[in-house]
Design a protein around this ligand. Structure first.
Ligand SMILES: Cc1cc2nc3c(=O)[nH]c(=O)nc-3n(C[C@H](O)[C@H](O)[C@H](O)COP(=O)(O)OP(=O)(O)OC[C@H]3O[C@@H](n4cnc5c(N)ncnc54)[C@H](O)[C@@H]3O)c2cc1C
Ligand code: SF4
Length: 335
């Protein structure tokens, strides 16, 4: 690991003032579960590391009446374990607590934070290998397109880099209509999570739209009483990223789903909003047949790479199961 100076600011303003306005020379440190790996592999080589430990962004706040909150405001420093275990979040947003509870293992969840989860770097093995100069490390080639690409994107159109966004909280937060409060040198701004992610194609870009001298303070989830669920297809139960994930949210009155949102994870360089799938279900009862049809619609337009066509089928399965779970159907796939 390259030597660096360590800073421990007391406020978010002080942290922002320490950040440079270009990527690479300064890094924020939250739980360190991603950043330290990147430093040990020489993928990240910052001169300054700025811990967020003391800046006061670890709390959950409820806006509105105590018993009937309108908004849940999650500090970016909340750990994944705290999110997974929170009773109020579990009741309102089971999609979020399930997704948080399935990440990594207990050690990762006890250290990893919400802000770090949204801003973590991608897991493409070429990117993570110090010696492979791909597009995101200043090279002129994506090695995955003609290489080992079984865990890469299937929605590849228009993308020079075909990694998948690694966050499983991101699709859920987008489906729930969440937004992030961000602080930079000119003050605070609000970014919808739907607009937060970016498909990078060079070393001067990240997987999100934050500027190098901005940080996430909190994420606000509006409470609209939506039915919601997240379903992941994984190789094995723990210590692995999903192969495919579907996050869904919808109003369900008189057995009719309206305001349907379906967002896929781990299939594209950004979370993938499946508009055709949402449209296929709008105004209908959630049954095995309608959930299947939405699943098939979600996979439309996929252009898989040489080794990952299997993910197309998984998309249909994940969407169907997420919809049935959210609507309260018996989980026939669990014995
Ligand atoms: C074995 C393993 C399995 C995993 N499985 C999954 C999985 O299934 N799904 C999933 O989503 N993730 C998974 N992860 C990733 C894990 O969720 C992230 O490592 C973790 O959430 C990062 O949080 P952190 O606080 O440790 O971030 P750090 O490592 O401290 O930071 C990560 C990045 O985010 C930036 N950052 C941190 N906080 C902020 C902020 N407030 N504002 C702006 N930038 C910030 C940092 O500068 C850094 O670039 C897994 C990790 C491991 C090691
Ligand atoms: S998918 Fe992206 S990160 Fe992976 S080799 Fe290609 S350019 Fe690099």
């Amino acid at each position: 690991m390259k030597n660096f100076s360590y800073y421990r600011p007391k406020t978010a303003e002080q942290a922002v003032a320490l950040l440079d306005d270009k990527w690479g020379t300064t890094e924020l440190l939250a739980g360190g579960t991603d950043l330290l790996d990147l430093q040990k592999e020489y993928i990240a080589q910052p001169d300054k590391v700025i811990t967020l430990r003391d800046v006061g962004i670890n709390q959950l706040r409820l806006d509105g009446l105590d018993k009937k909150p309108d908004d849940f405001i999650l500090g970016a420093g909340m750990t994944l374990a705290e999110i997974a275990a929170h009773r109020g979040l579990k009741d309102a947003f089971p999609a979020l607590t399930t997704a948080a509870g399935d990440i990594g293992g207990p050690q990762i969840r006890n250290m990893g934070t919400l802000g770090g989860n949204l801003c973590q770097r991608n897991r493409c093995w070429y990117f993570r290998d110090e010696h492979t100069p791909c597009l995101l490390k200043g090279g002129d080639k994506c090695f995955a397109i003609d290489g080992e690409n079984r865990y890469h994107a299937i929605f590849t159109q228009g993308h020079k880099c075909v990694m998948v966004n690694p966050s499983t909280l991101a699709p859920v937060l987008i489906a729930l209509g969440a937004s992030a409060e961000v602080m930079g040198p000119k003050g605070k701004r609000t970014v919808k999570l739907a607009d937060f992610f970016h498909a990078p194609s060079s070393a001067s870009e990240r997987e999100h739209v934050l500027k190098p001298n901005e940080l996430v303070l909190s994420v606000t989830i509006p409470y609209h009483h939506l039915k919601n669920a997240s379903y992941e297809v994984r190789h094995k139960q723990s210590y692995d990223w999903p192969l495919v994930q579907a996050a869904v949210a919808f109003k369900y009155e008189d057995n009719k789903a309206t305001d349907v949102r379906i967002v896929l994870g781990h299939v594209a360089p950004t979370p993938h909003v499946a508009e055709a799938a949402a449209k296929a279900l709008e105004g209908k009862e959630v049954t095995e047949a309608t959930a299947s049809a939405a699943g098939e619609a979600a996979a439309q337009g996929a252009m898989p790479l040489s080794q990952n066509a299997y993910k197309v089928k998984l998309v249909a399965v994940a969407v169907k199961r997420a919809l049935l779970t959210a609507a309260g159907h018996k989980k026939y796939w669990e014995v």
